[in-house]
Design a binder for this molecule. Sequence first.
Ligand code: NAD
Length: 389
Amino acid sequence: MTKKILVLPGDGIGPEIVQEASKVLKCLKQEFALDIELEHAPIGGAAIDALGSPLPQKTLALAKECDAILLGAVGGYQWESLEISMRPEKGLLGLRSELTLFANLRPAILYPQLAAASSLKPEIVSGLDIMIVRELTGGIYFGQPRGIRRLENGEKEGFNTLVYNESEIKRIGRSAFAAAQKRNKQLCSVDKANVLECTELWRETMTELALDYPDVELTHMYVDNAAMQLVRAPKQFDVIVTTNMFGDILSDCAAMLTGSIGMLPSASLDANNKGMYEPIHGSAPDIAGQGIANPLATILSVAMMLRYSLDAPELAARIERAVATVLDEKLRTPDIHTEECRKVGTEEMGDAVVASIMREYWHEAGMNQNLENTAHECIGSGGLSNNAD
Ligand code: NAD
């Protein structure tokens, strides 16, 4: 059955990077019979300007109907003075909660070709491939009561509530065990069970859940140790599962191990693996419109979509191999550029990924093609328009 993909380009570099990711999807549709339909809608600042809301009703309705969402990024200087409930970021948060996207999967992969970009020594990070599964819709970021109150002595007091019930823990646990089953079958649950009762329950529940996944080895680690281990010996981890706040912090730390924000995809999934896929970076207003943004994180987000929501892992692997190949070919957008490499723009990088996918395909089929303009042959010389799919 045809799968519906909602494309939300958003703001800043969003439309530029999503354009390149859409090219890859269109290539897979045309050449590999991937049965998809793309639909586009505004979100964030673009939606505020066009329709007066960061998450227009129509965008939300389309998001509820579709099988997966591809998002660029939201936000920008021009909307920063708006009241908080009207800011572009509310569009994104609204989608996450309306669709109950509780499982945030953030891989931190260091391509060996980019080892020099990490702030850690190459031997510590080379070959790094971690998946962090962060609970996204509960925990201390949402717990009630919360606020700032005035005490009897006149002093102010800030307070938040860390709360997880068993079903919330089981729900994120199942996503993490399933992710581990698709990888090296090692799951590390991160908590602070020695101090916080809520995460004592987290640890107990994960341990019980492990009985349902005998093929996965479950270990536990306190969050302070996990932070230390991530910078000391990060390759010891396969999949990490943790709470909303711990995951927020640890996933940014893991992202920096890879050295480049422009390379990292993410997925936010519901219980049925419907998901929203987006690069981990923001809308980069400082480089928007210059054609120099790195589209690889968004293209790799498409690979995650194929793996988690569209059940097409072999096509996901094609994209991932193509990204590795363009890096081998020493093509680099400015954010990952080093001296001996060739600097390319957003569009050229996207075309190179499509060309690499096609080159591998033709090689397998024993076809001898002129590869000079591969991407254009695949997607048409006019490129992609929003209604072309
Ligand atoms: P950012 O991630 O947009 O940019 C940080 C730095 O990384 C900038 O120098 C930028 O040029 C660079 N960068 C980011 N992505 C890049 C790419 N693909 N290629 C090359 N360079 C890249 O973070 P910020 O500057 O803190 O935020 C900018 C806006 O994005 C803000 O409005 C913020 O609220 C928003 N934001 C949105 C999301 C999202 O949509 N998920 C996430 C984070 C920030």
